[in-house]
Design a protein around this ligand. Structure first.
Ligand SMILES: Nc1nc2c(c(=O)[nH]1)N[C@H]1C(S)=C(S)[C@@H](COP(=O)(O)O)O[C@H]1N2
Ligand SMILES: [Mo]
Length: 336
């Protein structure tokens, strides 16, 4: 029996921050004199978002990252989410189901040596070692919005290469209809894989999948870095997927296996709660999650105290021009 206890997913659309932060916030608010002992529940969402800044100081920078050589992205008018937030507010249940846990519990995670295997229905199966991840393909910067199914979002400057380049190298054959991804399984290093409660009740390894055309889309990125440096462990070092038009759970971290398969592969959140999380998981403001609306999101930026960071969610997270054609004729409320 799967235990359905991932905390962040039990909260309503305005309370998407993890519980420990929530309780801290109550205390901070009380100390600052903003509220009486029972006042916070009546306070607005925006107050909660802004106050995140107050007590969430710079994360412990114990993790080692090194600079990368890459082609810079064109400048953007979007406000980037500060690096300190990208690396301290994470979903990586292998290192704990609360947002602050991965940054703390993943610090000793060993990413070198690493092996990423590409196999299945292809003519040229291959294995990339740690160094190959950074040298086999030209690295480029991509500034993408990341929209979590929990209704928060960030704008992140990733560094990586299109997944298509790697897949082409493996030469998939006509039986390759889907691509399956797997995260490292190593309970000695990943405490959430040993402890069911810490790991949010998930059966590990974490797995994900894409249809072959989605995998080949130019937007689909294999990321090896962010903010110009290698990925910190909590963001999925040494290599993770980034699929910007889909909910964040599709963007699987710390990948060891990519496999060409004939049939739609399983994906972790769908396995855990199929009525709430599908295979496609395209960002869609019109299809509500059974327990909260997806019409808007809390954009995590610098946002000062009481700043209003709630914005409208865009279809396909704003990437419709590049991806909508792939879903022509599909009922996206059925294929959520
Ligand atoms: N292996 C693995 N990959 C994962 C997750 C996870 O728990 N385990 N969480 C997913 C979710 S829900 C989100 S929103 C993103 C978060 O990525 P970030 O922490 O780099 O922002 O990673 C995704 N990839
Ligand atoms: Mo997510």
């Amino acid at each position: 029996m799967l235990i359905k206890l991932p905390k962040s997913y039990q909260l309503n659309e305005y309370d998407v921050t993890d519980e420990s932060v929530y309780h801290d916030r109550r205390n901070v608010l009380k100390k600052l004199g903003f509220i009486g002992a029972s006042g916070l529940l009546a306070q607005s969402t925006s107050a909660q978002a802004g106050l995140f800044d107050l007590f969430k100081k710079d994360p412990v920078k114990a993790f080692t990252v090194s600079p990368l050589k890459y082609q810079q992205a064109p400048t953007t008018s979007q406000t980037l989410t500060p690096e300190a937030k990208v690396t301290s507010y994470n979903n990586f249940y292998e290192f704990g189901a609360q947002k602050s846990q991965p940054a703390q519990l993943a610090q000793q995670f060993k990413v070198n040596p690493w092996q990423l295997t590409i196999s299945g229905h292809c003519n040229n199966p291959l294995t990339l070692d740690y160094e190959d991840l950074f040298s086999s393909f030209e690295l480029e910067e991509r500034i993408y919005r990341l929209r979590c199914v929990e209704a928060w979002s960030m704008v992140i400057p990733w560094v990586g290469f299109p997944l298509a380049k790697l897949l082409q190298k493996a030469q998939p054959n006509s039986r390759a209809k889907y691509v399956m991804f797997e995260t490292l399984y190593d309970p000695k290093q990943m405490p959430g894989q040993k402890n069911r409660r810490l790991g949010g009740g998930i059966s590990y390894p974490y797995v994900e999948g894409l249809r072959i055309d989605e995998a080949m889309n130019d937007l689909t990125l294999m990321s090896v870095g962010l903010y110009g440096k290698t990925l910190p462990p909590q963001n999925g070092a040494p290599i993770r997927l980034v699929v910007p038009w889909k909910y964040g759970f599709k963007s699987i971290k710390s990948i060891v296996s990519i496999k060409f398969v004939e049939h739609q592969p399983a994906n972790t959140w769908n396995l855990l709660i199929p009525s709430e999380y599908g295979f496609y998981a395209n960002v869609n403001p019109e299809v509500a999650h059974p327990r909260w609306s997806q019409a808007s999101e809390r954009r995590i930026t610098t946002g000062g105290l009481l700043a209003r960071n709630r914005i409208k969610t865009q279809m396909f997270n704003g990437y419709g021009e590049e991806v909508a054609a792939m879903y022509k004729g599909m009922d996206l409320s059925q294929y959520y």
